[in-house]
Design a protein around this ligand. Sequence first.
Ligand code: ATP
Length: 398
Amino acid sequence: MENKLEKIISLAKRRGFVYPGSEIYGGLAGTWDYGPLGAEMMHNIKEAWWKKFVSSRDDMYGIASSIIGPEQVWAASGHLEHFTDSLKKGKFNIMFKSKIGALKEETSNVYLRPELAQGMFVNFKNIIDSFHPKLPFGIAQIGRCFRNEISPRDFLFRVREFDLMEFEYFVREKDWEKYFEYWRKEMWNWIEDVGIDKNKASELEVAPENRAHYSKRTIDFEYDFPFGKKELYGLAYRTDHDLKNHKLDYYDEDTKERFVPHVIEPTFGVGRTILTILDSAYTEDELGGEKRVFLKFKPSVAPVKVAVFPLLKNKPELVNKAKEVYEMVKKEVQPVVFDDNGNIGKRYRRQDEIGTPFCVTIDFQTLDDNTITVRDRDTGKQERVKIEELCFILREKF
Ligand code: ATP
């Protein structure tokens, strides 16, 4: 499809998914602001991730650590020395540096985190002291990271601040390959869960010279973006590099051994996930002899779940009935929108374009027999059902 990225950016802006950052002042390169639909989608993705990888598991500890870290953390992690832009290796460190404290003599250097992992490592001992976890276990978080990328580009793909979802999974050294394989499969399951086109995703075994300074094995999960095949997610075997440098270890109460655990790290960029889902979902087809654009989102990530329409806006009996149905549906799923603006065909197209899975219409027959139509976004087909059955049907579909 020609200019697919431009079409996605234009739709995202027009419909309120993503806007250029600080746009009324000419924009700030490498920043994008999420509008109501983008923010909702982002929330859905983070929630699904947290549920799958944290709250549904017994071996994962979720945290939310500070964005600002002292110089010592980044010296120990190796980022002060090694964290450079791939375009300009050697000189230019891409961490954002700042100073903390009001008085000059009291100030000290701090950095905005360029990755989440150090937050998990510096809390490793806290988690052990509070929860006494047995190996293997993980520490997870979702949060914002900052990188002074020399050349931000390709919409949400390369930006200067972005959210990551990530965990460090601590294992015995002898077990690292087993858990690397385990998380590799789980990452593929996640890709499927959120509606990323699996046929456009693939793995790249990263060559030693291209791996991060801490990694002994890395697989990049790549996606065939409109601007080429690029990294979507990463899976790294970080060895015992970080815990060792922070001088942390683990005591096994059962075997009475003290040792430094090794780490498997799956990492997921939120912005790249959203871009990938938009690309996977963007579809152009013809319906009823008319061209249309629609986003084939999985219901779980769709920013609007259901739209409710009265067939005509100047018939109070239809509008009142539609409002009743709207309130009823809202108790079942959220968000739901109510729209009585323009002809019904246009309203369907507007919802198709933002990926709303189902539209419910209240028409004259509703007033006679208490039935409504439920329209499926992908096929455009409508099914007539009883109002009392609607919630049950939606529960099944979601
Ligand atoms: P790249 O090679 O594309 O710069 P990286 O190897 O530096 O990425 P990691 O350090 O492994 O990436 O970061 C983990 C994840 O963070 C990536 O898989 C990606 O999803 C996301 N990510 C990294 N840099 C950016 C960025 N500048 N903008 C948006 N997301 C990013």
